[in-house]
Each structure stands twice: as structure tokens, then as C-alpha cells.
Design a protein around this ligand. Structure first.
Ligand SMILES: Nc1ncnc2c1ncn2[C@@H]1O[C@H](COP(=O)(O)OP(=O)(O)O)[C@@H](O)[C@H]1O
Ligand SMILES: [Mg+2]
Length: 299
């Protein structure tokens, strides 16, 4: 089992670190494969907090794996295995640290577009709608409230910003970046993934208000689903029992963190303040609860 102390970051001198993201440490294994390690880092209001959420990386990894397998009929994906015993020796020797939070994946050339699908009106979609009556070129009915269900799910791509906020773009702009055929394929695949996932989640008491997918081109030319999939970090999950349009919904996972931070006199600029142990523990419990509800199993 993993240690009780949360994992803030990993560093292996015998593996080549290719990227340290907000949450994941990514290592090159060989020309065809990457190791993606989900740490216990958490960000709120776009700042990485100094406190980690114990076992969060395990939940993100297990949940992504659940969805990759469940949605494999919709699209091929990058996951090779999450089982350390099946990974190459240079990974295997760090088993204690990596177990439960690591994915061995097919290495791809990432399309530089976030494939966002929205079924409900929230976040930057709600902001754009209030300003312009549309989101990414989708004209919407005039009288929608915050958190309302949209007439049908919409594809609202965004650029992948290296720093700061992603920028919503139109499908026409996406065609200029990745081409017409790729745009159509990513859009149709993202919408199909969202529909299948939302039906499953809704039956289990969770609304997937919106979510973000990433895709890449594998070395054999195939376009595959990559990164994490349908986790609390890449999606807005709302408890269906508390759903009430016309106001902001409490998010399933980070609500304790956000509520706590709102009680402080903090300007939401780095460095972020630490979390009290009780808030961190309650947040771990919420991540486990999301996993249990969505998969029907305890982690
Ligand atoms: N199969 C893959 N091939 C190449 N890059 C990938 C693959 N899967 C995920 N990635 C990249 O790995 C990184 C994951 O780290 P993460 O902490 O999520 O970063 P970020 O802060 O950009 O969200 C992302 O940049 C993602 O695009
Ligand atoms: Mg990410």
C-alpha cells in the first residue's frame, strides 16, 4: 500500500523527466512510451496549494483507468497498464512510490487543443453566455440561467495555454490549428465520450456538467485519447440530488477547499495558504466518494 504521507513530487534520476504539470510528473520511458505519475498536488483558483491531498493521485489514476476501459468502444486510448509489475524494470524498481498512481502510456504528439464538452452552463461557458449569448460560436436560447442544462451537449474547444487561463475558441479557429478532418474527428469523438459518460454518471447520482479531453497522434498515425479522463480535476461533477439551476452548484470534490479559502483574507495570488488537516482529510474523502459513486466499487 502507499505511504500515508501524501506525494508532493517525484524525482527519479534514472528516468528522464519530460514535464512537471500542475498535478502530474511525466517521464520518458523510451521512444514509444511515457510514464505519467499522478501526485497528490491540488490546485485551486489556478494556484498549486502547499498542502497535498493524500491519495488523490491514486483516485485520479483509478478513475481514468475505469473510463478508458469503459469507453474503449468509442475511441482507442493511450493506456497500456497501471500495474507496476507489468512495467519495465527501470519503473519497477520504484514500485513503492509509484504503485496505484502511475500509468504507462503510448507516447503521442499532443494536439494543442483542449476538447471541452459542455452539457450544462457553468464556468467560462456561463461567463461567455452572459456577455454574448453564445459559447465558442454556439448560439444558445436567450433565457438560460446559471447551471441550466443545455438543449444538447456542445463542443467548445480551447487553446492549451502554457501559462494562465485557457482561451475558448471557435471550431473555425480550431480548424486553422489542427485541420478540418482532425477537428471533425475530435469533436465527434469528444461528444460521443461525453454522452456515454454522462448517462452512466447520471444514473449513479452525479451530473457531469462539463469535461475536457485531450487527444494525440500515436507513432502509427492513429488518433487516440490521452491524458486523464473524466476525473474531478478535468470535469465539473455535481451531486444530482442537490442540483438547482439559477445559482452556482457546489462542486463534488474541491468545495471544502474553495469554501475554506474563501474564509481567508487571501488575494488568490501565489503563494497559496496551507489547508488545515481537517479540510485536507475531508477532501480526500470526497475524492474517494466520487470514485465509489461512479464505479460502484471502493478504491
Ligand atoms: N499519451 C500522451 N502523450 C504525450 N503527452 C501526454 C500524453 N498524455 C498526457 N500527456 C501530457 O502530459 C501532461 C500531464 O500533466 P498535467 O499535470 O495534467 O499537466 P497540466 O498542468 O498541463 O494539466 C499534459 O501536458 C498532457 O498534455
Ligand atoms: Mg492536466
Amino acid at each position: 500500500m502507499s505511504a500515508l504521507s501524501p506525494v508532493n513530487q517525484t524525482s527519479f534520476t534514472d528516468l528522464e523527466l519530460v514535464r512537471r504539470g500542475k498535478v502530474r510528473d511525466v517521464y520518458a520511458v523510451d521512444a514509444e512510451r511515457l510514464l505519467i505519475v499522478a501526485t497528490d498536488r491540488i490546485s485551486a483558483f489556478d494556484c498549486i496549494l502547499p498542502t497535498q491531498i493524500a491519495r488523490k493521485g491514486e483516485v485520479l489514476t483509478a478513475l481514468s483507468r475505469f473510463w478508458f476501459e469503459r469507453l474503449a468502444h468509442v475511441t482507442p486510448h493511450h493506456l497500456l497498464t497501471t500495474d507496476i509489475a507489468q512495467m519495465p524494470e527501470q519503473i519497477n524498481r520504484h514500485a513503492e512510490e509509484l504503485r496505484g498512481r502511475s500509468m504507462l502510456v503510448r507516447r503521442t504528439e499532443v494536439f494543442p487543443v483542449e476538447c471541452v464538452v459542455r452539457g450544462y452552463l457553468a464556468g467560462s461557458g456561463w461567463k461567455d453566455y452572459q456577455r454574448t449569448g453564445e459559447i465558442c460560436g454556439h448560439k444558445l436560447p436567450p433565457d438560460l440561467r446559471e447551471a441550466d442544462k443545455l438543449p444538447a451537449p456542445i463542443f467548445t474547444p480551447a487553446t492549451k495555454a502554457e501559462e494562465g487561463h485557457d482561451e475558448n475558441i471557435s471550431e473555425a479557429r480550431m480548424r486553422e490549428i489542427v485541420g478540418t478532418d482532425v477537428t471533425a474527428h475530435l469533436r465527434d469523438t469528444a461528444l460521443a465520450l461525453y454522452r456515454a459518460a454522462e448517462a452512466h454518471a447520471h444514473a449513479r447520482g452525479i451530473i457531469i456538467a462539463d469535461t475536457k479531453f485531450e487527444f494525440g497522434r500515436a507513432q502509427n498515425g492513429e488518433i487516440i485519447l490521452i491524458d486523464e479522463v473524466l476525473t474531478p480535476d478535468s470535469s465539473r461533477f455535481w451531486p444530482a440530488s442537490e442540483y438547482e439551476p439559477g445559482r452556482a452548484q457546489s462542486s463534488f470534490d474541491k468545495q471544502y477547499v474553495r469554501d475554506y479559502l474563501e474564509t481567508l483574507d487571501w488575494d488568490k495570488r501565489p503563494p497559496a495558504p496551507p489547508l488545515p488537516p481537517a479540510v485536507a482529510a475531508a477532501t480526500t474523502a470526497r475524492y474517494f466518494e466520487a470514485y465509489r459513486l461512479l464505479t460502484g466499487h471502493e478504491l
